[in-house]
Ligand binder design. Structure first.
Ligand code: ATP
Ligand code: MG
Length: 526
């Protein structure tokens, strides 16, 4: 039987001259789970978009189930049995799951109401037959990201997809949701679907794929059966050199005067649900406090309130003795607060502006970049080019629109802007999400260097390994409350997991400001 997908010598040059893929040949067999991995900007998304007909190859051929195809739009790919779940979900939030799944292809019932019922029945049956757990009547805006993603998968299956393309499907998921997704993918494969997954997380490649293709700088550096290859080898194929393990020196800031004090912070969201209650902590200059927690336990609210995007309903924070919460973003920035937001596309960057404009977006009105109301374009250009180099942003020019960068490289732009502003207090939410192993290591080094220059750093990350490896202290957030404080050098991943899932809490955690008297998790419980 012909393979599900075959690429023969496929190249892609974008309109601006960027050669994103060069001579890519790969085979995806029917019924396999195939991982495509590579660093940020290696050309992974470009391959997916060509297969799906969103863009066209500049050279080479694509065969689907043995037939040469030249799709000029996704409708043709869908008709040929291909479905794609993009990195950024594409659902109508105010519609129900059933409405989203059948959108544009509603089953024919008699009269509006009947067709609505027919949709619900059809979606429920489809979900059941593929083992994808969704509530067809729930509104998309009310369900978890994991369920939204299953809705996207159902949408493709409803249109008859036999080949499912997923571009970084786990980037937005919690570890638990990732496990559920992988279980769902395995069930899909049993039902005869072929799955292609783009990722740069090596543990995921190992966990889910049967075979893999590695890309570097747009070219294939190797194919392998996943079982025959270890993490280290995959990383080297991706990066082109051995990766040194990252060792971060921890700081013991006990006894230091705190720079940031947060007291009795409370926040209620627009829907009236309590997202933060009685959050207290101290953070010294030159210290990283990591917030561990399963996503959705108030991390987002904490970042928004501390950065000035939202006003607290109770309590507040001060930085070097000056209050900085509840006064808006500009005021918070003026007091020395910087933020790397979790959702970089909507809050972090302006995709239509170029790298230079994005990098000076928060500072262009200052004396370094403008005088007498005129922008110093030379100084801005030089500054941006230096940061592009320092942060390893992969681009041909600092005048490239940020929207034309790969996902991980957009994140580097945000990190470069926020860290280079030399903030006194940096709130870094998911700082390396979507960033490949090599680049994540250098972004982490930049965070640690900022700490060593005396800044207070609040690290909010769903990646527990990242929290453990970077933090000097760790606080666990559960249902909007801090339920435990640890010194990072004594913290143990499994133990923290128990606090993250609400199975344990330190009795006096809310009143504690640091980990001074909780030397080890065991002591804390005793
Ligand atoms: N629309 C575009 N116009 C011009 N260049 C682009 C465009 N989209 C991507 N590129 C460039 O093509 C190269 C490959 O990008 P692609 O998005 O395929 O990378 P990726 O492997 O998916 O990276 P990431 O892991 O960061 O998502 C990058 O250098 C990127 O800047
Ligand atoms: Mg990509």
């Amino acid at each position: 039987m012909a393979p599900a997908i075959e690429l023969r010598g496929v190249s892609k040059r974008y309109g601006n001259g960027t050669l994103a893929n060069e001579g890519v040949s790969l085979t995806i067999e029917r019924g396999e789970i195939h991982a495509i991995c590579g660093e940020n900007g290696a050309g992974k998304s470009t391959i997916m978009k060509m297969i799906y007909g969103l863009i066209q190859p500049s050279a080479g051929t694509i065969l689907i189930e043995g037939v040469e195809r030249h799709f000029t739009h996704p409708g043709q790919a869908i008709a040929a049995g291909i479905g794609m779940v993009a990195q950024h979900l594409n659902l109508v939030p105010s519609f129900t799951i059933a409405e989203n799944v059948v959108l544009g292809q509603e089953p024919s019932g008699r009269g509006g109401l009947l067709s609505r019922e027919a949709s619900i029945v059809a979606v429920r049956e489809l979900a059941k037959s593929f083992g994808l757990d969704v509530d067809p009547t729930a509104r998309v805006s009310d369900v978890s990201i994991g369920m939204q993603q299953r809705t996207e998968i159902l949408k493709t299956l409803y249109r008859g997809a036999r080949i499912l393309l997923m571009d970084e499907p786990t980037a937005v998921l919690t570890p638990q949701e990732t496990d559920e997704l992988f279980a769902a993918i395995r069930r899909l494969v049993v039902s005869g679907v072929t799955v292609v997954v783009v990722t740069h997380k090596l543990a995921e490649v190992k966990a889910i794929s049967d075979r893999l293709t590695v890309l570097r700088d747009g070219r294939v550096t190797g194919h392998a059966d996943t079982a025959d290859i270890d993490h280290k080898t995959i990383a080297e194929m991706m990066v082109g050199r051995p990766l040194a393990p990252q060792i971060v020196k921890r700081i013991d800031a006990r006894g230091r005067e705190p720079r940031v004090r947060v007291r009795q912070l409370g926040y209620v969201n627009a829907q009236g649900s309590v997202r933060l209650s009685d959050v207290n902590f101290d953070l010294a200059g030159g210290e990283i406090l990591g917030i561990a927690g399963v996503e959705g336990n108030g991390q987002n609210s904490l970042a928004r309130v501390l950065s000035g995007l939202a006003a607290p309903h109770a309590g507040g924070g001060d930085l070097d003795g000056m209050p900085f919460t509840g006064r808006g973003v500009r005021a918070a920035r003026k007091s020395g607060v910087a933020t790397v937001p979790e959702d970089r596309l909507t809050e972090g960057v302006a995709v239509n502006l170029d790298i230079e404009q994005n990098i000076v977006a928060t500072t262009y009105y200052g004396p370094s970049f403008s005088s007498f109301g005129c922008l110093k374009t030379g100084a801005i250009g030089q500054w941006a080019r230096d940061l592009v180099k320092q942060f390893g942003i992969k681009t041909d020019s600092s005048k490239t629109p940020v929207g034309a960068l790969s996902g991980g490289n957009m994140q580097k732009v945000v990190m470069a802007r926020e860290i280079s502003g030399e903030p006194k207090f940096l709130i870094a939410a998911q700082p390396t999400r979507g960033v490949d192993v090599g680049a994540a290591g250098s972004l982490r080094d930049e965070l640690v260097a900022l700490r060593d220059r005396g800044a207070a750093v609040l690290l909010i990350s769903a990646d527990l390994e990242e929290v453990l490896s970077l933090s000097d202290r760790i606080a666990v957030l559960f249902k909007g409350e801090i339920v435990a404080h640890f010194r990072a050098d004594t913290a143990d991943q499994r133990e923290i997991g128990l606090y993250m899932t609400g199975l344990k809490r330190q009795p006096d955690a809310a009143a504690r400001l640091d980990a001074a008297f909780a030397a080890t998790p065991q002591e804390a419980i005793a």
